[in-house]
Structures are given as C-alpha cells and as structure tokens.
Design a protein around this ligand. Structure first.
Ligand code: C2E
Ligand code: CA
Ligand code: CA
Ligand code: CA
Length: 278
C-alpha cells in the first residue's frame, strides 16, 4: 500500500508465513483505522427488474486514509483477512450499516441491507452470535439483513459455514451467494444450505450480450438459481442492452453503474427519493 508499491495489495509471504516490515506497518495502520473511524461505507442499490422497485442496498467499505485518500477494499481486505483484523472490521461494518439503516428510517420497511462477509468470519463458530448481537443492539429485524458470501468463502470450512448459516437462517437473516460462477462450489453442497439469493459475478455480465459463452452461463445460472428457489441478481450491469438481455433471460434483480454507483450515506436519501422504493 506504500506509495509507489505495485498494486497496493497485501504482500504476505506465503512460503515463509510472515509479513515484511512494510506489511507490519500496514497492519498497525489498519488496526488504528478501524478503531479511529477512518473506514467509511458506501452504499449501492439493487432493483427488481420487473417492477423497477429498489429492494436493497449493499454496503461497500473504503478506507479514507488521511494522506492517501480513498483506498479501495481490494487494497486492504487481503491483509485484514490474513491477520485476523477482519473480525473487527466486519463487526464495524455490521454495526455501522445497521445504524445507518435505522437512521434512514422508514425506507427500510421495504429495503434490505446487504453486507459482505469474509471466509474467515464464517469459519468462526461464534459468528452467528456476532451477527445476532449486532442486530439486537441496533434493533433491526433479522429479515432486513442480507449477508453476501462468496462461493469461495462457503467452501473454506464448509461444515462450520453450514452451522453458522443454519443458525442465522433460523433467526431470519438472509444469505446471498456472491460472485457466483467464479468458484468451484459443489452444487450438492449449495443445495443443502439455507440460501435466498445468487449473485452472478460481474465478469460474466459486463460483456453481455456479445460474449456468447457468458450469455449461456448467465442463462444457466438464472435457471439454476430459480430451480433452487433463489432470487437471482446480476451485478455489474452498466448498459440498457445488458438489462434487456437479463430481462429476457428472467433475471430478478440488477445492480450496477446503470442504476447507481456506490454512494456515500448522505447521498442515498435523495437518490431514493427519485426512485421507486415501495
Ligand atoms: P463485490 O461484493 O463483488 O462488490 C462489487 C464490486 O463491483 C464493488 O467494488 C462495486 O463498487 C463494483 N461495481 C458495482 N457496480 C459495478 C459496475 O456496474 N461495473 C463495475 N465494473 N464494477 C461495479 P468495490 O466496492 O471496490 O469492492 C470490491 C470487493 O471488496 C467487493 O466485491 C467485496 O468482495 C469486497 N468488499 C467490499 N466491502 C466489503 C466489506 O465491507 N467486507 C468484506 N468482507 N468485503 C468487502
Ligand atoms: Ca457483494
Ligand atoms: Ca460480487
Ligand atoms: Ca467480487
């Protein structure tokens, strides 16, 4: 992340299993950022294709660094995951997104709040308690919360993940499989989980309708999702052409720059005022 360093992604030495000094500095800095409120959430809406109704917003974390400006999640999440800081980070995201949902008030009678969960979060047997405590503390009904979990995260520790998800689903929390199509999830395992939503990875969506292979994958995933009784979301929808193809293929929900870019919390109310929410 240091200025001038390659991509800003984590520089964890897998073979020697330790961090170089620059990496250790980043870890300390990130810990302070979580405690010192340098993290911010942006919010990106999702809308139903058939009705145009806005049905959810997804919280996406950024690091508002005092010197480096707005740092994207890809530049610091890997190091948070490798060091265990992700536990504190996810707790912060949960508390902040739920407090924000309450602050927005009435619109959340109809909207759900989605947050992203890491593999490491899901590998903790007490993660369900973490989520349920955060909901209780914020006085938000579990049915208002959607956890977006990548296929890879579901497969990291499948047994613990299943235990955690069943406890959460029993309480009413919804679960969405993020980046679907990128991982190697066993479909028979997926079919056993209490899921509500499949999100088709944006890499398959971005070059529709011209990429015939991606069009075939997208159609198959929509059918698969429906056959499993799930809502299907396409992310990364940037054009009307893509939207038309997704509508024809029976996709339920879209998210992407065409509808709205992720925006700071204070911009969402006026954005919502110009869109159909109920
Ligand atoms: P994701 O969950 O798959 O989120 C979608 C990413 O695509 C976001 O990038 C979003 O800003 C971007 N995006 C949205 N619409 C479009 C579009 O139409 N076109 C294109 N090209 N991109 C679009 P972002 O915000 O940089 O987040 C990157 C990833 O970081 C997320 O991917 C998610 O895996 C992770 N992430 C973000 N916030 C959190 C968080 O609070 N906790 C955890 N654990 N992970 C997070
Ligand atoms: Ca997501
Ligand atoms: Ca995704
Ligand atoms: Ca992604």
């Amino acid at each position: 992340l240091a200025k001038g360093s390659r991509s800003g992604t984590a520089r964890y030495d897998q073979q020697r299993d330790h961090f170089d000094p620059a990496q250790l500095a980043l870890v300390a800095e990130l810990r302070r950022a979580i405690e010192g409120n340098e993290l911010v959430l942006y919010y990106q809406p999702k809308a139903e294709l058939r009705t145009g109704r806005v049905c959810a917003v997804e919280a996406l974390v950024r690091w508002r660094h005092p010197e480096r400006g707005m740092v994207p999640p890809d530049a610091f999440l890997p190091v948070a995951e490798q060091t265990g800081l992700i536990d504190a980070l996810t707790k912060w995201v949960l508390a902040t997104a739920l407090a924000q949902a309450v602050a927005w008030g009435l619109s959340f009678d109809r909207l759900t709040m989605a947050i992203n969960i890491s593999a490491r979060n899901l590998a903790r047997a007490d993660f369900a308690d973490t989520v349920l405590s955060a909901l209780a503390a914020a006085h938000v009904l579990p049915g208002r919360l959607v956890l977006e979990i990548t296929e890879t995260a579901l497969m990291t520790d499948p047994e613990t993940a299943a235990d955690v998800l069943f406890r959460l689903a029993e309480a009413g929390v919804r679960v969405s499989v993020d980046d679907f199509g990128q991982g190697q999830t066993s479909l028979s395992y997926l079919a056993t989980l209490p899921l509500h939503e499949l999100k088709i990875d944006k890499n398959f969506v971005g070059d529709l309708p011209d990429n015939a292979a991606h069009a075939a994958i997208v159609r198959s995933v929509i059918d698969l999702g429906h056959n499993l009784g799930l809502q299907v979301v396409a992310e990364g929808v940037e054009t009307r052409e893509i939207t038309a193809m997704l509508t024809a293929a029976g996709c339920d929900i879209i998210q992407g720059y065409l509808l709205a870019r992720p925006m700071p919390a204070d911009e969402l109310p006026s954005w919502l005022a110009g869109h159909r929410v109920s």
